[in-house]
Write a protein that binds this ligand. Structure first.
Ligand SMILES: Cc1cc2nc3c(=O)[nH]c(=O)nc-3n(C[C@H](O)[C@H](O)[C@H](O)COP(=O)(O)OP(=O)(O)OC[C@H]3O[C@@H](n4cnc5c(N)ncnc54)[C@H](O)[C@@H]3O)c2cc1C
Ligand code: FES
Length: 252
C-alpha cells in the first residue's frame, strides 16, 4: 500500500534517546502484521526511503520507534504534528505465531524492541502467554512501554532488573521471537536455533528489486531481507557472514 501523505499525529519519548512517532495511515495500519516494516520518505530529505518496523498499528495509526542516527532519522524526529511523510507498506514477511506453543518470549535489545508491541498484541489474541524480555545498557536506555502478561528487564550495568544480557534472562517458554544487535541474535541462534529473529541489513528499494539487503543463509546463498525476511528462523542464517554494521540497534 502506498500513502503519499501520511501526517504525524503523535510523538512521545520512551527512553533516553528513543521516540515513538505515530502517523495516520488507516489502510496500512489495518493490514500490518507483526515483524513487517514500513518504508518512509521525507520531503525534503534523503533520496532513499528509510525502513522502520511497525511498532504498533491501531486506530488507523502506524507507530514507529526510532533514535536519531543520521539525516533520515533526524529529519523524522524534527517533524511537527501535521507534517507528512510518504509511507509505503506494510512490507516483508513477519513473525509466525502458533497457539500450540502456549507461551512465548519477546526478546529485545535496545531499539530491537521496535516490532514487539504489535507482536505482543497478536500473540495474546492468538491465546499465547507473553513474556516481554527487554534489555539495554542501562536503566535510562530501557524502553518504558511494554505489552504482554509479564515483563523481565535486563541491563548490562545492573541498574534495573537482571544484571547482564537479556538473552540470559529468558524464562522457559514455548517459543522465542528476538530482535536486536546481530551479536545478540547470533547468541540466540546458538542457544535456540528454532527462535524467530528479525534481522536488519542495508536496504535500497525495500521491495525486492535492488538486492541490496542480502542475508547470507546457513545452507548457502542469499535471501532478500525486504522480501523473504526480515524475520528468519535463527538457525537458518550464516551469522559470521552477516555484517555487524547495524550499530543503531546496539543497546546504547
Ligand atoms: C527491516 C528494517 C527495520 C528497521 N526498523 C527500524 C526501527 O524500527 N527503528 C529504527 O530506528 N531503525 C530501524 N531500522 C534502521 C533504519 O532504517 C535506519 O536507522 C535508517 O535507515 C537510518 O537512516 P538515516 O538517514 O537516519 O541514517 P544514515 O545517514 O543513512 O546512516 C546513519 C548510520 O547508520 C547506518 N545505516 C543506515 N541505514 C542502515 C541500514 N538499513 N542498515 C544498516 N546500517 C544502516 C549507516 O551506515 C550510517 O553509519 C530498520 C532497518 C531495517 C532494514
Ligand atoms: S532492499 Fe532492494 S531487494 Fe531488498
Amino acid at each position: 500500500m502506498f500513502q503519499p501523505e501520511a501526517p504525524l499525529v503523535e510523538r512521545r519519548q520512551v527512553a533516553r534517546d528513543l521516540f515513538v512517532l505515530a502517523f495516520a495511515a488507516p489502510e496500512v495500519a489495518a493490514a500490518a502484521l507483526p515483524g513487517q516494516f514500513v518504508n518512509l520518505l521525507l520531503r525534503p530529505g534523503p533520496l532513499l526511503r528509510r525502513p522502520f518496523s511497525v511498532h504498533r498499528a491501531t486506530e488507523g495509526r502506524v507507530e514507529i520507534l526510532l533514535r536519531a542516527v543520521g539525516a533520515g532519522t533526524a529529519g523524522l524526529l524534527a517533524l511537527r504534528p501535521g507534517d507528512c511523510v510518504s509511507l509505503l507498506g506494510p512490507l516483508g514477511a513477519g513473525f509466525r505465531l502458533d497457539a500450540a506453543w502456549g507461551s512465548i518470549a519477546l526478546l529485545s535489545g535496545g531499539l530491537g524492541v521496535a516490532p514487539f508491541p504489535l507482536a505482543a498484541q497478536a500473540a495474546r489474541a492468538a491465546g499465547l502467554e507473553v513474556t516481554w524480555v527487554h534489555g539495554a545498557r542501562t536503566a535510562a536506555d530501557l524502553c518504558s512501554e511494554w505489552e504482554g502478561d509479564r515483563v523481565v528487564w535486563a541491563t548490562d550495568d545492573g541498574s534495573r532488573g537482571f544484571a547482564g544480557s537479556a538473552v540470559d534472562a529468558v524464562p522457559e517458554v514455548g517459543a522465542i521471537l528476538a530482535c536486536g544487535p546481530n551479536p545478540m541474535l547470533a547468541a540466540v541462534a546458538r542457544r535456540w536455533p528454532e527462535a524467530q529473529v528479525a534481522v536488519e541489513t542495508y536496504m535500497g528499494c525495500g521491495t525486492g528489486v535492488c538486492l541490496g539487503c542480502a542475508v547470507p543463509k546457513a545452507a548457502g546463498g542469499y535471501d532478500r531481507a525486504c522480501s523473504e525476511g526480515p524475520v528468519y528462523r535463527a538457525g537458518d542464517i550464516d551469522w559470521p557472514a552477516l555484517p555487524d554494521h547495524l550499530h543503531y540497534r546496539l543497546t546504547a
